[in-house]
Ligand binder design. Sequence first.
Ligand code: ATP
Length: 646
Amino acid sequence: MSMPVRAENAIRGRDFYKATLTDDGILITSHGHVRSGSYSDYDRHYHSTNASSTSLQSIQSNNTFLETASLVSCVTCLSDTDNNDRLLRAANVSQEQIRQQNGQLSANTVIPFSRILNATYLTSTHNDSSPGLDSVGNDSDRLTKGTDLSNNSKSGTNHDLEDGDGDADDLDDVDISPLVGHSSFSNASQIDSKNNKDFPLVEITLAKPRRHDIVPKRLILSLNQQSKIPIKSDIVEEILSKSYQNIKRERSILVIINPHGGKGNAKKLFMSKCKPILLASKCSIDMAYTKYSGHATDIARTLDIDKYDTIACASGDGIPYEVINGLFQRPDRVDAFNKVAVTQLPCGSGNAMSVSCHWTSNPSYAALCLVKSIESRIDLMCCSQQSYYASFPRLSFLSQTYGVIAESDINTEFIRWMGPARFELGVAFNVLQRKKYPCDIYVKYAAKSKNELKIHYLAYKNRDDTNDNNENDIENDIENGNRDGSGTGSEGSSKKRMVTEMDFKLKYPLDNGIPQDWEKIDPSITDNLGIFYTGKMPYIAADTKFFPAALPSDGAMDLVITDARTPVTRMAPILLGLDRGSHVLQPEVIHSKIVAYKLIPKITSSLFSVDGEKFPLEPMQVEILPGLCKTLLRNGSFVDTEFDSI
Ligand SMILES: Nc1ncnc2c1ncn2[C@@H]1O[C@H](COP(=O)(O)OP(=O)(O)OP(=O)(O)O)[C@@H](O)[C@H]1O
């Protein structure tokens, strides 16, 4: 049996791999190369299980370490580089050895489905003088230059809404070319490969580690239909459905870039690290650049929500805050919060959302998480103060703080050039001064003592583990005619539902005073308050696990309070425990789960910080709004803080 000429043309001069599908991914069984004008290598490899060609032998001679490396690469599928490095070292495989292989995969490598971005039948144009892969190269150029390719297909496109230069700049040799939707591939030639049951030639695009990042990489595979798992008729669909299990494919993304974010690097980071991954995954992308503070709120308030399922903020935490509030101020906010997921591509200096939700602060890995994540609902916190409450209260997704941390966060803006380090410097400075911030605090507890908090945490964490916190189930329910989205499986879960206008209604409006069942925190503590910090996400910065017990939708926020009178010798272990999250276990630290609070400052000069934004020094009342916001959580949960084992 020989290879069809068109298929040979398509892979002429390229490496290809013979492969088979397994439960975990695509197993490479051997490697080949089709020389110009000859397809004998392909035939030899295809028909021989113990191939004896020279090129194969030379590959096999290196197999011992490569097989180890293969296993490692399989295990590390979504980890970032630090993790990869550690595992490779543990397996005694040096990066140099990996590099020597020129990126070739050895037999027995498993490409995990979690790493596969796209799959398509490999096809050739009818014009042999311009073989398919050259066309792909052209396509790639067009995509990276930001040209609108959306005439026939929404997929894999890129439109600049503003700025327009779309200078995908630093892509160097990154391979971003989706074949599907390319008009030069006729239907006839696609059928040619698809219907060839003996030789289904498939091109996959996978996310491949390169230096500290991941980049899209295309591979040609000759797939053995006698695979280890049952294959339905369409092998490409089989690969795609396993690569995107319960995950929405081909997202329509509005990327909002803060050009000043991340010390002015946000645009470059997005273009070079995130965009190639998103395009290779066949997402359609529109881009908007913020021109002033508050612009992202205006964009989110007025955008056409029918066009997007995702708003990705290529920024720090300031832009997601603005976007959530823009959606909240829409007349059709119910539809907006049911339609659009808000996520972050970490291109700012404070990237707590990405660290908590995507488990990484690396923009390329976060982009992979974006396309591979489960849509989930997270709680928001609604903040009311007299000066703005009447128009719109403010939604907070991350934190509110008063005292030492608020001043360190905001008052160190003038040393913005320092990046994240300025925050730590500010905290240390204020703590050492033992500055106090007197106030009254009233709270409605969900779990008051540390013991009750642990019980609450374990109950909700286990519930999340079993429910998978999976918003896609809601979409499936709705498609199946179950309009309230209550689902068939885990009934009663707050996440398995669509939000309604009732979900925006405050239980504790500011004007109604402090309810009877709220407790006042001991004034001897609050008159000497050092840190007041409430949060919904575990990380407030890449290496600061301030809220290790935070959960996406437990209907509560975490409260941390310290007393400014705590001796510096005791504060030192508290601050040094911030990276591990062990500070909350220290006896001097108050740590509770609460559903609402009111803080009344007793000083005249200070501020609040809400999600890193400066808020006025007025009484602040906050309550939780359960499961209001759709976002993308890797594996449906926040990064594991190991709170249960601290
Ligand atoms: N064009 C602009 N000019 C001035 N300010 C802007 C502009 N675009 C956005 N901003 C503001 O910049 C602030 C910080 O944005 P972002 O969080 O993306 O950046 P960052 O680098 O992480 O900064 P931070 O360290 O404050 O978190 C936001 O509050 C936003 O309102």
